[in-house]
Design a binder for this molecule. Structure first.
Ligand SMILES: *Cc1c(COP(=O)(O)O)cnc(C)c1O
Length: 431
């Protein structure tokens, strides 16, 4: 018996059907790699979030700014959290109502602030200097316009580091928001400005346990209650950011929105009793597990004793995986040229590197993975790719971004979400 265990992982049924459909319909004839989504999974997650948190659920645009996917978010009752002016413009293009857009950029120019204030979306202020500029702009507005506005301060709760230091945004020295230590200045700001009706925090993404996020929320809640006592309940919007981690180790969703919602209800019932409008801003937890990338294996070779398969997915699109290996290790499944899943359970297994398409040696989507023999014209499916990857696509080496399809399981159909990038578009960027 083979002592090794195959790392060509078993996957959900829709993924097997989707790759089969992609091969049968000839999708790989023009494009060497594709992104495949299951929008039914996204819809179920959006419903679960809305059912559990009530209030306003927004999706973090930075994790997936694709126009048709933003429209899908609108159709499922979500608003948009935008972290830059570009994302704000994209959210407007998709058709989000201004009352459901949260503008959270850490660096907003005067022009961008004027635009957003005139638009009337919710704005979270990152620092006292930004607040000064906003006060000047708003003071020139009519009283009626002033009263229609809802802005918040982004409070940095100054809590501990999560598992990933570079994703922890609520540490004592974070570059984001106004540190809790400036409590007096924070209280004064709310006193001065009746339009500061919201409070915002976001302690970071992947790497925080639910409990750590909740204790950061509790910290901000006690500050809010103190301010509300002094100012007659001025803060009416409690914006808890995103940051629910996702499980990269299997197909299971864990933790779920329901688990998070239940813990929040237990620890912070004030968020659910009508005292506040609760706003969430999840990104990864909506999108990551709904999408995979599938690439043809273009070539295979051995070099020294090393087995290498060369694929089109690598540092062009899976940037965190490549540059921080193995922090963002992604599961893979191998399929043969006809679309049959190769579990490797009854086959000889080989330690194999799956090499990406870019011209640097460490561009490897999987290193020393125990796989069945990977052959030319096989396919590699990379899991949990639905968030943050397409949005951070790299132009390096001028490789074209893939087309994106939805696999509609009811109709057994591929539906185009976004066409692949064209060479003209690529050349235009550098021209
Ligand atoms: C990135 C970000 C989010 C989304 O974070 P996820 O970990 O993807 O849920 C939400 N709010 C703010 C302010 C962010 O910067």
């Amino acid at each position: 018996m083979n002592p090794l265990i195959s790392e060509s992982v078993e996957c959900l049924d829709w993924k097997k059907k989707a790759i089969q459909k992609s091969i049968d319909s000839g999708a790989f004839q023009n494009e060497p790699y594709l992104m495949l989504y299951n929008l039914d999974e996204f819809r179920a997650l959006a419903k679960e979030a809305n059912d559990n948190f009530k209030g306003l659920q927004t999706v973090a645009v930075k994790c997936n700014p694709v126009l048709n996917l933003l429209k899908e978010a609108i159709n499922n009752g979500l608003g948009a959290e935008v972290a830059s002016f570009g994302e704000l413009q994209m959210a407007e293009r998709a058709g989000f109502d201004k009352s459901k857009i949260i503008f959270d950029s850490p660096i907003k120019t005067i022009k961008e602030l004027e635009y957003a204030l005139n638009l009337g979306c919710i704005i979270n202020v990152d620092n006292f200097q930004e607040l000064e500029i906003i006060e000047k702009i708003i003071n020139a507005f009519t009283i009626e316009k002033q009263e229609s506005l809802s802005l918040g301060l982004r409070i940095n709760p100054q809590v501990g580091v999560g598992k990933f230091e570079d994703l922890s945004t609520g540490v004592p020295t974070s570059k984001f928001g106004i540190a809790m230590e400036y409590k007096d200045g924070i209280v004064e700001a709310y006193k001065r400005n009746r339009w500061l009706k919201a409070v915002h925090l976001h302690v970071g993404s992947q790497g925080y346990e639910m409990e750590e996020t909740i204790s950061a929320i509790e910290k901000v809640m006690s500050l809010v209650e103190e301010i509300n006592q002094q100012l007659d309940g001025q803060i009416k919007i409690f914006n808890i950011g995103g940051g629910l981690p996702i499980n990269y180790n299997s197909e299971t969703i864990n933790p779920t929105f329901t688990q998070y919602g239940n813990q929040l209800k237990e620890k912070l019932p004030q968020l659910f009793d009508g005292s506040f409008l609760l706003i969430t801003e999840f990104g990864r937890a909506y999108w990551a597990k709904c999408g995979v990338i599938v690439s043809k294996v273009e070539y295979t070779k051995t070099s020294g004793h090393r087995n290498i398969a060369i694929v089109h997915v690598g540092g062009n699109i899976c940037i965190p995986t490549i540059y921080q290996y193995p922090v963002w290790k992604l599961r893979v499944s191998i399929f043969d040229g006809k679309g049959e899943f190769k579990s490797g359970l009854n086959d000889d297994l080989y330690q194999t590197d799956l090499a990406g398409p870019l011209c640097f040696a460490s561009d490897l989507i999987a290193k020393q993975r125990i796989l069945p023999l990977v052959k030319q014209s096989d396919y590699v499916m990379v899991h949990d790719c639905g968030a943050y990857l397409y949005s951070s696509y790299s132009h390096y080496n001028l490789r074209l971004a893939p087309p994106i399809y939805n696999y509609n399981s009811n109709l057994d159909q591929l539906e185009i979400i976004k066409k692949g990038e064209t060479m003209e578009q690529k050349i235009e960027f550098f021209s």
